[in-house]
Design a protein around this ligand. Structure first.
Ligand code: NAD
Ligand code: 6OD
Length: 482
């Protein structure tokens, strides 16, 4: 069986323990590869390699680092079909999505940060002809990068690219459920000629490999994307070392539909916002609030469109919704559907495991599910489900819907649909969320800050903020006046 090994010091290595984890194809439920189950010995070796590589890499001219990132981007792009097919088989997402979104975004992550850093400028201030202050940036050292299973290569490279361009070396640990495209990335880095040890990839569980990285004294920076509950461990384990910490966490995002919006356009986007990637996107609009005059029409048309989505084989180019990442995750999502009914909800579409051909019957599929009739403060409307389940609730006033939108512990994103420009600004500013989309969803400009408020995260990255996060910013004050 295929074995997926760690990429340390420029070469692939079996885990020191000799242990492996099953790597499952979510569409069939079958184990198709074995993944290195790394422990602290592998993490130590990766950190040591990254430390050895750091002095030369951090002094490598920026243009050379940028050229290497561009080469990595070009090589991923040249293997686009293979990357997309692997990501789909490993994660369960439709191959069309991996091909159109995940892998192109990984390519763009490298290109964007390579170029952005070369055009980055600092400010200087003069103090009354007495002194000059200017910013000097230093790479931090070995960056520890931990990523989740939902957008495997997209989110992993969103960390690796800014970490490397700013002169850090890194040890990255992708999710144990979806590490396969990271192995391909290791091959690409070898082929691109990235110096050994600059980027190391260690596979295995969070409790073992992840915790060893977070607690490692020679890793001064941790960028973590994942669940809010896991983040509590990351905070505790990194605190004694005073690490630089960025946390990109869960969401329970509100999607507000006002009666004056372009309803046809809104319905198309709402469907994507609810069910893209089986609803396994932290930014998904999982709580829809619709103004009363258009509520019945929205609910009817949205439910019909959800029911018409093609659920099935992720490798089929016509599939809209693939498999959930694991059996345990599907059980969790189904638990919330059951809870929705117990909490008084009505199911308008989905709610069960679809009938699929025999080769997919052990896969982790679930129909796109639409629920109405729930109170805004019930568990299904407050807790992150992270699956293809959306609630739809009518509202009567702006104040009411703003209060409901902000009523969860999360604050990652919000979306609002309206034709009223003043309302768009007013309601956007009232949202307790890190990113607010108006009349669109998931439109990303990498120059902008990204991240959540409240339990959705701290230490926003993205755009200039990534350059800030991955560097130590020093102020140099030179007195030149008398
Ligand atoms: P998770 O927290 O279970 O795992 C994320 C990563 O952390 C994995 O690599 C895992 O192995 C590792 N990990 C687990 N325990 C660890 C520990 N004690 N120490 C160090 N590392 C540890 O999250 P998940 O289930 O993989 O992903 C789903 C969650 O991620 C959802 O809550 C989703 O909203 C969130 N997410 C957030 C964003 C964002 O940008 N805000 C993006 C994607 C996903
Ligand atoms: O688009 C991004 O940069 C980003 N970090 C998206 C996160 C999506 C969560 O699933």
């Amino acid at each position: 069986m295929l074995q997926l090994h760690n990429f340390i010091d420029g070469a692939f290595h079996a885990p020191r323990s000799g242990r492996y984890l099953d790597n499952v194809n979510p569409a069939t439920g079958a184990v198709y590869a074995h993944l290195a189950a790394s422990d602290e010995r592998d993490v130590d070796a990766a950190v040591a390699a990254a430390q050895r590589a750091f002095p030369a890499w951090s002094r490598t001219p920026l243009a050379e680092r940028a050229a290497l990132l561009h080469r990595i981007a070009d090589l991923i792009e040249s293997r686009l079909d293979e990357f997309a097919a692997t990501e789909s088989m490993d994660q369960g997402k439709p191959v069309s999505l991996a091909r159109a979104v995940d892998i192109p975004r990984a390519v763009w992550n490298f290109r964007y940060f390579a170029d952005a850093m070369q055009h980055h400028q600092e400010q200087a201030t003069h103090m009354d002809d007495q002194a000059l202050n200017y910013v000097h940036r230093k790479a931090v050292g070995v960056a520890g990068l931990i990523s989740p299973w939902n957008l495997p290569l997209y989110l992993l490279t969103w960390k690796i690219a800014p970490a490397l361009i700013t002169g850090n070396t890194c040890v990255a640990k992708p999710s144990e459920m979806t590490s396969h495209t990271a192995v391909l990335l290791g091959e690409v880095m070898q082929a691109a000629g990235l110096p050994a040890g600059v980027c190391n990839l260690v596979f295995g569980t969070g409790a073992e490999a992840g915790a060893a990285l977070v607690g490692h004294p020679d890793v001064p920076l941790i960028s973590f994307t994942g669940g809010t509950a896991t983040a509590k461990h990351i905070i505790q384990d990194s605190a004694p070392h005073f690490k630089k910490l960025s946390l990109e966490l869960g969401g329970k995002n509100a999607f507000l539909v006002f009666a004056d919006c372009d309803l046809d356009a809104c319905l198309d986007v709402a469907l994507r916002a609810a069910f893209t990637n089986q609803g396994e996107v932290c930014l998904c609009g999982s709580r829809m609030f619709v103004e009363r005059p258009i509520y019945d029409e929205f609910l009817r048309r949205f439910s019909a469109a959800a029911a018409a989505l093609r659920v099935g084989d992720p490798s089929d180019a016509t599939t809209n919704t693939g498999a959930l990442v694991s059996a345990a995750h599907r059980d969790k999502v189904m638990g919330y559907i059951k809870l929705a009914v117990e909490e008084g909800g009505t199911i308008h579409a989905g709610g069960k495991v679809p009938d699929l051909p025999s080769h997919l019957q052990n896969g982790f599929f679930l129909e796109p599910t639409v629920v109405s009739g729930l109170a805004a403060d019930c568990r299904v409307q407050q807790e992150e489900i992270f699956g293809p389940v959306v609630t739809i609730t009518p509202f009567d006033s702006e104040d009411e819907v703003v209060a409901w939108a902000n009523s969860t512990r999360y604050g990652l994103s919000a979306t609002l649909w309206t034709g009223d420009l003043s309302r768009a600004h007013r309601v956007a500013h009232a949202m307790d969320a890190g990113i607010i989309w108006v009349n669109t969803w998931m439109l990303r400009d990498l120059r902008t800050p990204f991240g959540g408020m409240k339990a959705s995260g701290v230490g926003r990255e993205g755009g200039h903020h990534s350059i800030d996060f991955y560097t130590e910013i020093q102020n140099v004050c030179i007195k030149y006046g008398s």
